[in-house]
Design a protein around this ligand. Structure first.
Ligand SMILES: Cc1cc2nc3c(=O)[nH]c(=O)nc-3n(C[C@H](O)[C@H](O)[C@H](O)COP(=O)(O)OP(=O)(O)OC[C@H]3O[C@@H](n4cnc5c(N)ncnc54)[C@H](O)[C@@H]3O)c2cc1C
Length: 280
């Protein structure tokens, strides 16, 4: 099948892109790397009247180092993260995750912002940004606004982004020098979307121990204080604590999804306990 007819615009600035989206009155669609949108166009699941291709906007690939965070442009590709071409605030977590997304041709084109805007519950960055407590920076006609992770993904394939807004950048808190992380993704073969995701970040410098259960029906479930959960699971018990969080993630004991997420959570807790310094 071929995409339905659409007009194509390749703006050079975020302001132009925002203006084009606003002019489209809900019938215009931004395109990041096209790796999810392309198939949706071809299957006619998306039929925008106007496609606003963001790839010529150099500002969307800008990265800024702040004292306590790295701000990565939404147009940064998975491959740039994998290859260390952009600053890594996560002590190796993000490059490690990037390597497991799809295959290299997809990673060369697919973007951090596109993945977050698409908000597939099974996608990797949605869970990673939740466990890192990142903030999305959104550009619209009235200027920019910041959306914290808990308010970003509202449901499967639904975010806080309005039709006439562009996700411009993501501000990711920088992990401290003693921070540890783990990320466990269950999928049938490397590079496929996840059946289950569990991740932990423990950062003593900031007093943070957070967990995420992802690849569920809606937004990832965030455990704000996961220290007891991580310790209990790593010690070989903690089923009760795990069950509380898995239920909160919308999973019911006894079914396959619950089992596979329970395994992911335990393995992520074990990996956190066994965390080794990432190789440069
Ligand atoms: C074969 C295959 C395997 C894959 N496997 C995985 C996987 O294992 N894990 C994983 O996480 N992902 C996977 N993906 C998805 C891939 O990571 C995509 O890159 C990603 O989902 C979308 O990013 P994109 O930049 O291509 O966005 P696009 O496809 O261009 O856009 C996706 C959506 O986001 C919107 N959008 C894009 N950028 C912006 C922006 N800056 N502002 C506002 N809206 C925007 C678009 O309008 C569209 O609705 C896979 C894709 C393929 C084709």
């Amino acid at each position: 099948m071929k995409a339905a007819r659409f007009d194509y615009l390749r703006p050079a600035s975020v302001d132009e892109a925002v203006a084009a989206l606003a002019a489209g009155e809900g019938m215009a669609k931004a395109m990041g790397g096209g790796q999810s949108l392309g198939p949706m166009l071809n299957l006619r699941l998306a039929q925008p009247a106007q496609l606003v291709d963001l790839r010529a906007i150099a500002a969307l690939r800008d990265c800024t180092s702040l004292p306590d965070a790295e701000v990565l442009g939404a147009g940064v590709t998975h491959a740039a993260i994998e290859d260390g071409k952009v600053p890594d605030p996560s002590r190796g977590l993000m490059p490690w995750v990037a390597r497991g997304i799809a295959y290299r041709a997809v990673r060369n084109r697919g973007t951090l912002g596109g993945s977050l805007a698409h908000a597939d519950p099974a996608a990797d960055w949605i869970s990673v940004m939740a466990v890192l407590d990142a903030t999305c920076i959104v550009a619209g006609a009235a200027g920019t606004r910041r959306v914290a992770q808990p308010d970003w993904m509202l449901g499967a394939f639904t975010t806080a982004l309005a039709d006439d807004e562009v996700l411009a950048a993501v501000s990711i808190p920088r992990l401290g020098p003693a921070a540890r992380w783990s990320y466990y993704k269950v999928n049938r073969k490397t590079g496929e979307f996840a059946e289950a995701i569990a991740a932990f970040v423990a950062d003593p410098a900031r007093g943070v121990c957070r967990a995420v259960i992802g690849a569920v029906d809606g937004p990832p479930h965030v455990v704000g204080d996961a220290a007891a959960l991580a310790a209990a699971l790593a010690a070989g018990h903690g089923e009760d604590l795990a069950e509380t969080e898995l239920r909160a993630a919308g999973l019911l004991p006894g079914n396959y999804e619950y089992q596979v997420h329970a395994v992911a959570l335990r393995r992520a807790a074990l990996a956190l306990a066994e965390f080794k310094e990432p190789h440069p």
